[in-house]
Write a protein that binds this ligand. Structure first.
Ligand code: ADP
Length: 399
């Protein structure tokens, strides 16, 4: 059984074709610059590559090109779209409307589009892509949507409410939603399997660290709290995003710079974080390199990240009244031994001790990096959101 996984943004459409018999990737690619000009990069598992400019006025043309690449030409992998059993889509914001993955209907697409106010960059693009996909992919191929927010719908009100007047929650739906839920769900389950335990018996702090980062308290397999909030801006300092800031500093800075709310939002989402503090760049590799070369501001932002993660680990251990394991995932969590080492230093109060020599040698591999006498296990767990979307899709169409 073959499943197409789609991750659509406002100007891009990433995809993977997954063979569910062994969960291998048959082909993957990215259509980008949609609405600007258009470009596709398509790669097959056996190393064939197609990389060309082609006009993508809308998501529909991008889907048509994707179908063409999969079914014809030098990088063809299937004879026709009839070979595909279903399409699974990643959706950023499901709010409190969707607490699990669902089959796509016109009503579901409309609802996703209605939620666009809560995720302006993403949800409308998802709705456009879903409609485009329906117009291009044969009608008998079912589509499924998997939400970044769904895993966090188990948070209790005391964790997701803000101290704003209650009307803002009831009328404007302002609350913590949390993101990266697909990743946190995938890695917490994978960790339990690796530990040989039932996820129901574990208290885990899951650290997804990438361009965007979020930390989640997973108690018994359920998200009970998470660092991202109403939007993915909250929590720890990120590539270009501030993370948590005193709201009064936000209004003060906006006032001093003469920013409108949307300019201030852009400032905090695109110009801040690693980039804004260090002036070096948004990529963790550049930050670590600059810090190693004596750049104080790069060192500072690296210290800020590690310190903030340590505080979340402490807070979530308290929230769950216990801690069995900490896991690192995402581009930084899987690859940066420096960040993992910094986070795990001086955490012996919590019973966290890592094998520093081992930690320095591991990248992107499921590995336990804590010492045998560490009370809390520490693991690197590679994430695979596309695979989880494919698994959810398979499960739903099999019902
Ligand atoms: P996104 O949030 O866009 O999915 P990723 O999870 O791919 O991002 O993470 C990107 C981050 O991972 C970047 O900051 C990058 O520097 C970092 N990263 C990737 N590879 C390495 C590496 N080998 N060492 C340190 N950091 C890395």
């Amino acid at each position: 059984m073959i499943i197409l996984v789609v991750n659509a943004g406002s100007s891009s459409l990433k995809y993977q074709l997954i063979d569910m018999s062994d969960e291998s990737v048959i082909a993957k690619g990215n259509c980008d610059r949609i609405g600007i000009d258009g470009h596709i990069n398509h790669k097959t598992a056996d190393g064939r590559v197609l990389d060309e400019d082609c006009p993508f006025p809308t998501h529909t043309e991008a889907f048509m090109k994707l179908v063409e690449c999969l079914t014809s030409g030098d990088a063809k992998v299937i004879d026709s779209m009839d070979a595909i059993s279903a399409v699974g889509h990643r959706i950023v914001q499901g709010a409190d409307v969707f607490d699990k993955s669902v089959l796509v209907t016109d009503e579901v697409i409309d609802k996703i589009d209605e939620l666009r106010e809560l995720a302006p960059v993403h949800n409308h693009a998802h709705a456009l892509a879903l409609r485009a996909c329906k117009s291009v992919i044969p009608a008998n191929v079912p589509q499924v949507v998997v939400f970044d927010t769904a895993f966090h719908q188990t948070m209790p009100p005391k964790a997701y409410m803000f101290g704003l007047p209650y009307d803002d929650y009831e009328k404007l739906h302002v609350r913590k939603y949390g993101f990266h839920g697909t990743s946190h769900r995938f890695v917490s389950k994978a960790l339990a399997e690796a530990m040989g335990k039932d996820v129901k018996d574990l208290k885990i702090v899951s650290c997804h660290l990438g361009n965007g980062s979020s930390i989640t308290a997973v108690d018994g397999g359920k998200s009970v709290d998470t660092s991202m909030g109403f939007t993915p801006l909250d929590g720890v300092v990120m590539g270009t995003r501030t993370g948590s800031v005193d709201p009064s500093a936000v209004t003060f800075v906006a006032d001093k710079h003469g920013f409108t709310p949307s300019q201030m939002s852009e400032y905090m989402n695109k110009k801040s974080g690693f980039l804004g503090v260090s002036g070096v760049g948004s990529d963790n590799r550049d930050i670590q390199e600059a810090a190693n070369n004596g750049n104080d501001k790069a060192q500072l932002v690296s210290d800020m990240l590690a310190y903030e993660i340590q505080k979340y680990i402490g807070a979530y251990a308290a929230a769950m009244n216990g801690l069995d394991a900490v896991l690192f995932t995402g581009g930084i969590g899987e690859n940066s031994w420096e960040v993992r080492e910094q986070v795990c230093q001086n955490m012996d109060f919590f019973g966290i001790k890592i094998d520093e020599a081992l930690n320095r040698t591991i990248r992107g591999k499921l590995t336990k990096i804590s010492t045998p006498d560490s009370k809390v296990e520490v693991w690197i767990v590679p994430t695979n959101e596309e695979l989880l979307i494919a698994r959810d899709t398979l499960e739903l169409i099999s019902k």
